[in-house]
Design a protein around this ligand. Structure first.
Ligand SMILES: [Ca+2]
Ligand SMILES: [Ca+2]
Ligand SMILES: [Ca+2]
Ligand SMILES: [Ca+2]
Ligand SMILES: [Zn+2]
Length: 452
């Protein structure tokens, strides 16, 4: 083994492990698991044609590598892989992403469309290696430390919970990667005396400034801070790249914000008017709880509601029932709209006078059927234009998908009927809060309609 001094693009001058090679030293090392290797795709799309970066004296200076090709980003990729390995080993006693020392290979200067003068605007983990583009209009070369931690976080997820990359499970797959990206970045910065923006993701690689995502303020970049709240993306039965697999890069904001809240603590009122108070656990305890949730309890199909249950269990395992950690975890879920605050009781529904019927022609058209779960299934006549069904109830699992069915009755011809179904999720007696209109539609027949 050898130790390089490398003037990186984003993280200053760093000591990196390298190896001697023909012509000097190259970016391979075998002091971490089965090794860390960084290669040059030379603006091509071939991995097999990739070559080593080689330096004669192992002092990789800005004069040599901060060049037109910005070859200095190879140092960032090598550094990012080493730092990510060190985080998982140091904090979670995990030997590489698979806990079996898997080699981490990185390929920089990858271009999916070689020769067009535009770099690849992405970085990804493909199940076997890291690929970094050089960016074009939006991004600089994508070799930032938090991006590296994020991508290898997907590899960790694949080897643990293996969350399906669509809808809620996919959003949490993305959220966990942001959590690991931020955690790797903070741990590394603390150890090396570097300064980066922990709660921003991708701040080093944005040509126009800002970041890709904010974990402390998800709304800033169009992500929800509340489950099914503002900016929540529609989930779908047909996930595709066109709908971001059901909004995985959007709805991750909820998990990101939950993690931020338990790390630093916060008291406030969320967008549906619920006052919360979350104690600060510090990033290290927050990460331990989160990784136990991911590696011990989550499965491929886990939902946000299950993540709540699993993280409370993980905090209970690590710190005990009723601990400040369990309280903070529970209250952070409450803050992001998943479940009740710590203390058990759900807020008592506000007693409110129900509206009087606005329908003026119930002799001709009315609701004649409503069904939800196994507790509510009501066939009726016109009810004089209004039915107070508060004595009926159906028990459904929080966070689960449910189908509500309904139909219109007519005494004569069938008219076009307009339907809206609301759920007072936050039990404040009003149905106009964000996300509470759950089904809407219209029909000009007496057929039974349904919405999920
Ligand atoms: Ca040199
Ligand atoms: Ca290109
Ligand atoms: Ca960052
Ligand atoms: Ca409400
Ligand atoms: Zn990702």
């Amino acid at each position: 083994g050898a130790t390089a001094t490398f003037a990186t693009a984003y993280s200053g001058s760093r000591s990196l492990a390298t190896e001697t090679a023909t012509g000097g030293y190259h970016l391979r090392e075998y002091t971490r698991g089965n090794g860390i290797e960084t290669y040059n795709c030379k603006k091509g799309s071939s991995y097999t044609a990739a070559t080593d970066f080689t330096d004669a004296d192992n002092n990789w200076t800005a004069a040599e590598y901060n060049n037109a090709n910005f070859d200095n980003v190879a140092g960032d990729a090598h550094f990012g892989a080493q730092a990510t390995y060190d985080y998982w080993k140091g904090v979670h006693a995990r030997n590489s992403y698979d806990n079996a020392g898997a080699k981490i290979k990185s390929y920089v200067h990858f271009d999916d469309t070689p020769g067009d003068g535009k770099g690849f605007e992405n970085a990804y983990w493909d199940g076997a290696e890291m690929t970094y583009g050089d960016g074009a209009s939006t991004f600089k070369p994508l070799t930032a430390l938090d991006v590296c931690g994020h991508e290898i976080g997907h590899a960790v997820c694949e080897k643990t919970a293996n969350l399906t990359y669509a809808n809620e499970s996919g959003a949490m797959n993305e959220g966990l990667s942001d959590i690991w990206g931020a955690s790797v970045e903070k741990y590394t910065c603390d150890n090396l005396g570097l300064t980066k923006s922990t709660w921003d993701i991708g701040e080093d690689i944005m040509k126009a400034g800002g970041a890709l995502r904010s974990m402390s303020n998800p709304n800033l970049y169009g992500q929800p801070a509340l489950y099914k709240g503002k900016y929540w993306a529609a989930t779908t039965s047909a996930p595709s790249n066109a709908n971001d697999q059901g909004g995985v890069h959007t709805n991750s904001g909820v998990l990101n914000y939950w993690f931020y809240l338990i790390s630093v603590g916060k008291s406030g009122t969320n967008e549906v008017g619920n006052a919360y108070s979350v104690g600060a656990l510090g990033l290290s305890a927050a990460a331990k709880i989160t990784f136990r949730m991911e590696s011990v309890y989550m499965t491929a199909s886990s939902t946000y509601a299950q993540a709540r249950t699993y993280s409370i269990q993980a905090a209970t395992d690590l710190y005990g029932a009723g601990s400040t950690q369990v309280q903070a975890v529970t209250n952070a879920w409450y803050a992001v709209g998943v479940g009740a605050a710590y203390g058990g009781t759900t807020t008592t529904p506000t007693t409110s006078a129900y509206c009087t019927s606005q329908g003026g022609s119930q002799a001709y058209e009315y609701i004649d059927y409503v069904k939800l779960g196994t507790g509510i299934a009501r066939t009726s006549g016109a009810d004089g234009g209004y039915y107070d069904g508060t004595a009926s109830s159906a028990s459904v699992v929080a966070g689960s998908s449910q189908t509500v069915s309904f139909s219109a009755g007519f005494t004569g011809s069938a008219y076009t009927e307009y339907w809206k179904v609301y759920i007072d999720y936050n039990q404040n007696g009003v149905f106009t809060d964000s996300g509470e209109l759950v089904v809407s539609g219209s029909s000009s027949s007496a057929a039974t309609l349904s919405g999920t």
